[in-house]
Design a protein around this ligand. Structure first.
Ligand code: NIG
Ligand code: FE
Length: 420
C-alpha cells in the first residue's frame, strides 16, 4: 500500500478560495490539502482522487466551517510608543487632524514618544497589537516606520517589526516611511531633511536589510509631490518597490506619481480623481482602502469606489493601525467598515483582505486557496464568507495555519523580549 503523501487534509469545508477574478470563489463541501507548507489539492470533496486516509497523514472534518486564505493586513503603523487618546478627545470637541498636527500634535507627538522608547519596550508595547490582529485571522502583516524621523529610531522601529514577525512566526513586511512628517528640529530646513532621508537613512537602512518597500505621506501637511519624487528615484536606484499615502486629505496627484513608478499601491484615496485612477489601472497599482481612518477622522468624502470598479483597479482593505487616525486592531472590522461606509460588497471586502492585499505587498504566493500557494489558512466559526464582514467584533477564528502549521502549536510569543 502507498504511504499517504499529504501532511494534512481538511474535509467538509465551505471554501472561499478567492482564486477566481471577481468573486470569493466558494466551493461547498470542499476539501483542501497541503504538504511541506504548500497547498497540493483544493476542490470538491467528492472529487478527491482516493479515500482521505490513503491521501493524508492527518485528516480532519471541519463540519461545514468556512475556510479562507490567511488574512493579510497590507497597511499598518503598529510599532509606536505611547498613544494619542487625548487627541481623540480634542477631535471630538471639534479640532481637525490638520489643526492638531499644525499645533505640534499628531504624528510628531508619537515621534516624541517613540524616540523616548527603548527597543525592548517598543517590542513589548507593539506585540499585543500584532497579537490582536493575528487572533482575528491575520497571517501576513505590513508594518511601517515613520515615527522616528531620525536614523536611530527608524532603525529601531524596523528591527522591532522584524522581531515581531520572527516571534509570532508570521511574515512581516517592513516599509520605510521616513517622509511621514517633518521632524521639529528641521522645521526651517525642509530640504535638508528630505536629503537626509533620501541620501542617508534610506540607503543605510536598506543596506542593513531592514526595508522591503518605501512609502511617503504626500499631502499638504506631509510632503510635496516633488519631494516624494526624489524619494521614489532613490528607491528605484536601490531596487525597492514604492507605495504612497495618496489623496487622503487633498488631491496632490500622488496616485499618478506612484503609478508612474510602477508602485505596489496607493493608499487612502478619498480625494482620488479620474486621471489618478487611469494611471493606477494602467500600472496595475492596487487601491488600498482604509475605512478606519475615514471613520476616526469622521470624513465625509468617500473614495471613488465606482470609478475604481469601472477601471478594474483591484481594491485592498487594511486597518492602517496607528495611534492617531486609526487605532484599529481588527482586519475584519476594517472589512466590515469597507462594506458599511464605502459600499464594498462582502465578496469585494474579503478579496480586499486576502488576494488583493497580497498583491499590494507584491506577493503572488499567498492570498488564495489554490495549488502551489502557501498553506496559510483560517478555519472560521462561521459558515458563509459574508459573515466575516457581517459580524462586528467577536472572535470568529477557530484555527489558524501558517505555512501548514497550526499557529497554536508554534512557540507562543514570549512575554520577555529575546535578544534581537
Ligand atoms: O495613514 N496619514 C498619515 N499617516 C497615518 C496617520 C499617522 C498618525 O496620525 O499617526 C495614516 O492615517
Ligand atoms: Fe497609514
Amino acid at each position: 500500500m502507498n504511504m499517504p503523501r499529504w501532511d494534512k487534509l481538511l474535509l467538509n469545508a465551505t471554501l472561499a478560495t478567492c482564486a477566481d477574478t471577481t468573486t470569493c470563489g466558494v466551493i461547498e463541501r470542499g476539501a483542501v490539502a497541503w504538504q511541506h507548507g504548500r497547498i497540493v489539492w483544493v476542490g470538491r470533496m467528492d472529487e478527491l482522487p482516493d479515500a482521505p486516509n490513503a491521501l493524508a497523514e492527518a485528516v480532519e472534518s471541519v463540519d461545514g466551517a468556512l475556510v479562507t486564505p490567511g488574512l493579510i493586513d497590507c497597511h499598518t503603523h503598529l510599532v509606536f510608543g505611547g498613544d494619542r487618546a487625548d487627541e481623540f478627545d480634542l477631535r471630538l470637541n471639534g479640532a481637525s487632524y490638520e489643526q492638531i498636527a499644525k499645533a505640534g500634535g499628531g504624528i510628531v507627538s508619537t515621534v516624541r514618544a517613540t524616540r523616548d522608547t527603548s527597543e525592548d519596550q517598543l517590542y513589548l508595547q507593539s506585540m499585543p497589537r500584532a497579537q490582536a490582529l493575528l487572533s482575528d485571522g491575520v497571517t501576513t502583516l505590513e508594518i511601517k516606520s515613520g515615527y522616528g524621523l531620525e536614523l536611530e529610531t527608524e532603525r529601531r522601529m524596523l528591527k522591532v517589526a522584524r522581531r515581531l514577525g520572527r516571534e509570532l512566526g508570521i511574515t512581516v513586511r517592513t516599509t520605510f516611511l521616513g517622509l511621514h512628517a517633518l521632524p521639529p528640529e528641521y522645521h526651517d530646513r525642509r530640504e535638508d531633511y528630505v536629503t537626509l532621508v533620501c541620501d542617508v537613512m534610506l540607503p543605510e537602512l536598506a543596506s542593513e536589510g531592514l526595508i522591503d518597500a518605501v512609502d511617503a505621506f504626500c499631502e499638504n501637511i506631509g510632503f510635496t509631490r516633488e519631494e516624494t519624487l526624489c524619494l521614489f528615484e532613490r528607491a528605484k536606484q536601490l531596487g525597492l518597490p514604492v507605495k504612497l499615502h495618496a489623496e487622503q486629505l487633498s488631491n496632490q496627484d500622488g496616485a499618478a506619481l506612484v503609478a508612474e513608478y510602477g508602485g505596489l499601491s496607493a493608499d487612502h484615496l478619498e480625494h482620488l480623481g479620474k486621471s489618478g485612477i487611469k494611471a493606477m489601472a494602467a500600472a496595475g497599482t492596487i487601491a488600498v482602502l482604509l475605512p478606519g481612518a475615514f471613520h476616526a477622522l469622521r470624513e465625509t468624502r468617500l473614495p471613488p469606489i465606482d470609478l475604481l470598479r469601472q477601471h478594474g483597479v483591484p481594491m485592498a482593505v487594511a486597518t492602517d493601525c496607528n495611534p492617531g487616525t486609526s487605532p484599529m486592531l481588527s482586519l475584519r472590522l476594517a472589512a466590515s467598515m469597507a462594506c458599511t461606509l464605502f459600499r464594498l460588497t462582502p465578496d469585494e471586502a474579503l478579496r480586499g483582505i486576502t488576494v488583493n492585499a497580497a498583491r499590494a505587498l507584491g506577493f503572488t504566493d499567498r492570498g488564495t486557496l489554490a495549488v502551489g500557494q502557501r498553506a496559510d489558512l483560517v478555519v472560521w466559526n462561521a459558515r458563509r464568507p459574508a459573515e466575516l464582514s457581517y459580524w462586528i467584533g467577536g472572535s470568529l477564528v477557530r484555527k489558524l495555519y501558517v505555512a501548514g502549521e497550526s499557529l497554536s502549536r508554534r512557540k507562543p510569543a514570549r512575554r520577555l523580549p529575546s535578544a534581537s
